[in-house]
Design a protein around this ligand. Structure first.
Ligand SMILES: Cc1ncc(COP(=O)(O)O)c(C=O)c1O
Length: 388
């Protein structure tokens, strides 16, 4: 028998080199995984002997789950949108929902527009569908919708526009109310869909965010993607789409949802109990508090360690700090110096194919406890002093 002991396969997506505080990964820290809550919800499921949880599920998703989710979202101060179960569709996470939406709403060669910078994996997902991805500029109020308008007026005809309206990844900013309305008016006028990736909508700190994009959607152009990855646990691989019924019908009648039934039937039965038992609400509250404190620690450390040598805005929610270094600085070159000093991050150019974000980097405060965050920022600052 050959020795296979050195051939172990990875357990997790994160891959952190030993000795490094990696502020590049937007994942929750292990102690934040709500094991007891999942146990309680599972106990409920098993005590009720719910055999339907192991059957092929309804293509739209397990009905009682969609009802519980609709009640949960309607009651969220940060969502501010009355939500009906008929407008919801079960996904295996926002990534899977977005991928399926590309299959259903675009075809090879179609033009799609994204914010510049944007979530670093999304351009790859769109490219796997052979979509032609172009960027729209952003500022502290999110996508510059007048830039989008100019592109449309010059003849560009996107199939959809992908935006992260609230606590954007990587910049942390939110799309202003006027721009939300203008974007939806443009979608109506030019006949494109808005893929609104709203996975951070419920992770606010001191002030409530603007309502979800569906609240502004008078013309049924918004397809909103939500996820339990950011409010419960990413390993559950469960999320939802919130859109007009006619759009939900399109997802429901997709061949994929017909072949396999609802995506993640077991997970959604479990989450239905987590919602009904008040556990999701409790966990979301806890995450908001923990992340808010960690964000504050990161902000204080940045101020103390780097002072005015960099620029950033402290986020009001979400997972990220987007840091701007002086003109001419290259965060890809800086990375190896940082890793030598025991800290890592994601360079700005990972978030756009335009190559415009060489002097930016993104830091995350979710994976580490407060002392490690402070230590990570201190290492970043001492690397900067050596490097510049
Ligand atoms: C903007 C954005 N969308 C989607 C995802 C992935 O979501 P899910 O785990 O639901 O697939 C992430 C994860 O970092 C994200 O930042």
């Amino acid at each position: 028998m050959p020795d296979l002991s050195d051939k172990s396969l990875p357990s997790l997506l994160v891959d952190i080199k030993p000795g490094i505080i990696d502020l590049g990964w937007g994942h929750p820290s292990p102690y934040l995984h709500p094991l007891d809550d999942i146990k309680e919800a599972s106990n409920k499921l098993f005590s009720l002997g719910e055999r339907d949880s192991l059957q092929y599920g309804a293509s739209q998703g397990y009905g009682p789950f969609l009802e519980s989710l609709a009640r949960f979202l309607s009651g969220q101060a940060a969502y501010q949108t009355v939500t009906r179960p008929q407008e919801l569709f079960l996904t295996a996470g926002a990534s899977q929902g977005l991928d399926l939406a590309c299959t259903l709403f675009a075809k090879s060669g179609d033009l799609v527009l994204v914010e510049e910078p944007t979530y670093f994996v999304i351009e790859k997902i769109f490219r796997e569908h052979n979509l032609d991805v172009r960027g729209v500029s952003t500022d502290e109020d999110g996508m510059i919708v007048s830039d989008l308008r100019a592109k449309l007026e010059s003849g560009m005809r996107p199939k959809f526009v992908y935006v992260i309206p609230t606590f954007q990844n990587p910049t942390g900013v939110s799309l202003s109310e006027n721009r939300r309305r203008e974007l939806i008016d443009l979608a109506d006028e030019y006949g494109f869909y808005i893929f609104a990736d709203e996975v951070y909508q419920l992770i606010y700190f001191d002030e409530l965010p603007l309502p979800s994009m569906r609240e502004f959607d008078g013309c049924n152009r918004v397809i909103s993607f939500g996820s339990f990855s950011k409010i419960l646990a990413p390993g559950l691989r469960t999320g939802w789409i919130h859109a007009a019924e006619e759009i939900v019908d399109k997802f429901t009648s997709s061949a994929l949802a017909f072949s396999g039934g609802g995506f993640n039937q077991f997970g959604s039965v479990l989450i239905k109990h987590a919602i009904d038992l008040g556990l999701l609400e409790k966990n979301t509250d806890l995450l908001r508090k923990v992340y808010s404190n960690r964000s504050r620690v990161m902000g204080e450390s940045l101020l103390k360690e780097l002072g005015s040598s960099v620029e950033y805005t402290s986020p009001n929610g979400g997972f990220y700090y987007w840091i701007q270094f002086p003109e001419g600085f290259n965060t890809e070159e800086f990375l190896s110096e940082c890793e030598d000093q025991g800290v890592s991050y994601r360079p700005g150019n990972a978030f756009s194919e335009s190559g415009k974000f060489e002097r930016y980097l993104r830091l995350t405060f979710t994976l580490y406890e407060e002392p490690e965050i402070a230590e990570g920022v201190a290492r970043l600052a001492s690397s900067y002093k050596r490097f510049s």
